[in-house]
Design a binder for this molecule. Structure first.
Ligand SMILES: Cc1ncc(COP(=O)(O)O)c(C=O)c1O
Length: 461
């Protein structure tokens, strides 16, 4: 593993990027007169850009993805070997790594049984939505088709997935959206809508029941939830929340869809986020950390009970799951995922995420004691948010520009951090840290020390 710059003309690369690449989430006007960022190499926790500047990456590829760190030759070799052996065949047939990866995943998810492959988190979620809709169509004339999602949760960028997102600014200007998606309130206790109450978790969960009753229980097929809200501001569930959600779902026969696109594969100190809370899901979707970004792969995992329901009428050509994802048949995806999971197992990275996560959260609480601007520190494992406020009493959020200033100060001092951006009208005020699962205490100290100084500088300006 090395951060050596490859033998290429980087000026030409950057010029081509500036001239022809449309970057994600980016206003390009400033790049008419300055160069856009281009990343060239990565090794372990570190990346290097085209200007030769090195950074420690505290957000695993910007969007909590590179769980095992950069430059893992084992994954590259597994993908290379698989591509030469058998690169692709449509997913109506199996392949060697897809079968082995499915077994590996299922072994880690008691109660789950079937893995459906596609390429992105959005797509994995869409598959689960289609399964819910089709079950409704097969079993009760499509009546039980509605999908409930939660304010501040994010489930993807395609129109169907975006229809199920509680990020008002991410949705703005992209409608009209798909019908049949209904929002319930978030569960951020720091901003409790019920004041300071003892049973906040249960109260917040009861909002699901209110929505189910308002819509009519016979119309609600599933609820899709992040175990810990990610892009919406890193929101771990309050105590008592999941017990109540499960009780309500059971009562009204509503399927539980856990979106593990961020939390899955060890990020929170367990293999999957839902496993912290005793949840028995009907669907689990995963993407990002599944192959740590070494290949584009996502999975929609479900139970044998759901799977069986698509077999009940074999004489009817319309009753099985009639979905395909062309690149869900790329064998490089499961080859990368399988090797990624082996690395996580062999290097005890789930345990490391739990241990280093505790250390990181402890250090961030020290920062909170020093900086009035930090209103709340929250997180689980290596998945942490710092909510910034103008005043701790009123909890008035800082403007998004304050987070931008802190993030760019960190960047100038060699640390890449994340932040909520253009997701909501008011609450783009959470800094995010989600370093790779391989991180050490020394890495975390470096990150926190730079962040500490950046907050001091920006707050003083
Ligand atoms: C929780 C969650 N679900 C789904 C997605 C969508 O994944 P993708 O960008 O791979 O489509 C994301 C992306 O950030 C996410 O955070």
């Amino acid at each position: 593993m090395s951060l050596d710059t490859p033998q290429i003309d980087l000026d030409e690369v950057v010029d081509n990027d500036q001239a022809h690449v449309w970057h994600h989430l980016t206003q390009h006007k400033p790049y008419e007169t300055s160069k856009p960022p281009v990343m060239i190499s990565g090794s372990g926790m570190r990346v290097k850009n085209a200007e030769g500047k090195e950074f420690i990456d505290a957000v695993s590829g910007g969007v909590w993805t590179v769980n095992v760190g950069y430059g893992q030759e084992r994954i590259a070799n597994a993908v290379r070997d698989q591509l030469i052996q058998m690169c692709y065949f449509a997913g109506s047939a199996g392949n060697v790594p897809a079968a082995m990866c499915a077994k590996k995943l299922i072994d880690k998810m008691p109660g789950m049984s079937r893995v459906y492959y596609s390429n992105s988190g959005s797509e994995a979620n869409e598959k689960a939505y289609k399964m819910v809709r089709q079950l409704a169509a097969i079993e009760n004339n499509g009546v039980k088709h509605k999908i409930i999602y939660r304010d501040r949760d994010y489930h993807g960028t395609t129109i169907g997935a975006l229809s199920s997102c509680g990020h008002s600014q991410r949705k703005d200007q992209y409608g009209p959206f798909a019908p049949g998606f209904v929002m319930m309130p978030d569960c951020l206790e720091y901003r409790s809508a019920y004041g300071d109450i003892d049973n906040y978790g249960e109260t917040a969960a009861r909002e699901l029941e209110k929505v189910i009753l308002a819509e009519g229980p016979e119309t609600v097929g599933s609820v899709v939830l992040e175990p810990i809200t990610a892009g919406g501001g890193v929101i771990p569930p309050p105590e008592g929340y999941w017990e109540t959600i499960q009780e309500i779902c059971k009562k009204y026969n509503v399927l539980i869809h856990m979106d593990e696109v961020v939390c899955g594969l060890g990020r929170t100190g367990k293999w999957f986020g839902y496993q912290h809370y005793g949840i028995k899901p009907d669907f689990v979707t995963m993407a990002k950390g599944l192959a740590s970004g070494y290949a584009a792969i996502s999975c929609t995992v479900t139970t044998e009970e759901i799977f069986e329901r698509f077999k009940e009428d074999p004489a009817n050509p319309m009753s099985h799951f009639r979905d395909i994802s062309t690149f869900g048949g790329c064998a490089s995806g499961p080859a990368a995922a399988l090797e990624n999971i082996r690395i996580i197992e062999e290097e005890n990275l789930v345990e490391n995420a739990a241990k280093m996560g505790d250390y990181l959260i402890g250090r961030l609480h020290e920062l909170k004691d020093k900086h009035e601007i930090i209103g709340d520190v929250r997180g689980v494992g290596l998945f942490v948010g710092l909510e910034l406020v103008l005043d701790r009493k009123t909890k008035e959020p800082v403007d998004e520009s304050v987070l931008a200033a802190i993030a760019s100060d960190c960047m100038a001092h060699g640390v890449i951090i994340g932040r909520t951006n253009r997701s909501f009208e008011t609450f783009n005020n959470t800094l995010c840290l989600s370093p790779a699962l391989i991180c050490t205490q020394a890495d975390l100290d470096e990150i926190v020390d730079v962040l500490d100084a950046a907050i001091r500088r920006v707050a003083a300006a």
